[in-house]
Design a protein around this ligand. Structure first.
Ligand code: ZN
Length: 287
């Protein structure tokens, strides 16, 4: 955190330096938001091909073929979820939270894409509907569906609790789910777990200290976020032990609820859609 009392005095032109207006890091015109109308039209007559109920304080994996939709829906009560996505054929290509944040901002909604890790960097999935888009940003600067947090994990808990051992953090839940799905040893599967999309979680940075905060999620049963798979995906979703994340996580104290994942196959692909191509960089790195 920034010190209350800086050790170094402001230089004479310090105020002028601070007054320089920011510019957006990435020119967003190069990444136009997709037209969602063909995606919405493609839902007509779609068929549900799979459904997974993720139990509270657990995670489950699910496959979504390219050209299919998947929805994550709140059931029973307010609950946040931690989502991992991989290329179904190569676990080394996985969701890249940091670059997605740099391209789309701190919190995602309909029209944003979930980008994959280097050296791939292509769209894994496009968000096609978000029933919580009305929330926008609240007076605290909080928003829903962030890519600024990581995932609750037992290592941070161990540090902060001076030795605590808690086994149902999202990191561990995702690790067990991936190991169960792939047959990988637990500690190999763990290395594939990555920073998440915090589905339904309401978070931000405090305006005065810049600290990561969470508050009770505005999600209610029936709310959903819907995605369209741009390549064949393996997903994993953890129903966070924080419940609605109004108080604490990394414990069994919060009221927790399951989350529903449904996969839908459209009758025909959205007009104009094609699977994500490989990134065009030649990987020569100047040599
Ligand atoms: Zn969690």
């Amino acid at each position: 955190m920034k010190p209350d009392t800086p050790a170094h005095p402001m230089p004479a032109d310090g105020a002028a330096r601070k007054a320089v207006r920011p510019v957006i890091c990435y020119p967003v015109e190069g990444l136009p938001a997709p037209d969602l109308a063909p995606f919405h039209a493609a839902r007509a007559g779609w068929e549900k091909v799979n459904e997974v109920l993720v139990p509270a304080r657990e995670a489950r994996c699910f496959n979504v073929p390219a050209g299919h939709f998947f929805r994550i829906t709140s059931v029973n009560g307010p609950q946040v979820g931690d989502l991992n996505l991989w290329n179904a054929h190569d676990l080394n290509e996985r969701f890249f939270s940091g670059k997605t944040r740099a391209l789309h901002g701190t919190h995602l909604s309909a029209g944003d894409r979930m980008w994959s890790s280097l050296p791939h960097l292509r769209s894994l999935a496009t968000i096609t509907e978000d029933t919580l888009d009305w929330y926008q940003f609240d007076a605290f600067g909080g928003g829903v569906h962030d890519v600024i947090g990581t995932r609750c994990d037992p290592y941070t808990h161990n540090l902060l609790s001076h030795g605590g051992q808690y086994h149902h953090c999202c990191h561990s839940n995702l690790t067990r789910a991936l190991a169960d799905r792939t047959g990988l040893p637990l500690q190999v599967a763990e290395l594939h777990v990555h920073d998440v999309l915090n589905v339904f979680m309401c978070t931000g940075f405090t305006r005065d200290t810049g600290q990561y905060f969470m508050k009770a999620s505005p999600v209610r049963p029936g709310d959903f976020i819907e995605f369209f798979a741009d390549i064949d995906l393996l997903g994993a979703l953890s129903a966070c032990p924080g419940g609605d994340c109004s108080a604490e996580h990394s414990s069994d104290q919060a009221a927790c609820h399951p989350l529903l994942v449904e996969v839908f196959r459209p009758m025909t692909p959205p007009v104009g859609w094609a699977p994500s191509p490989a990134n065009g960089y030649d990987r020569s790195h100047g040599r």
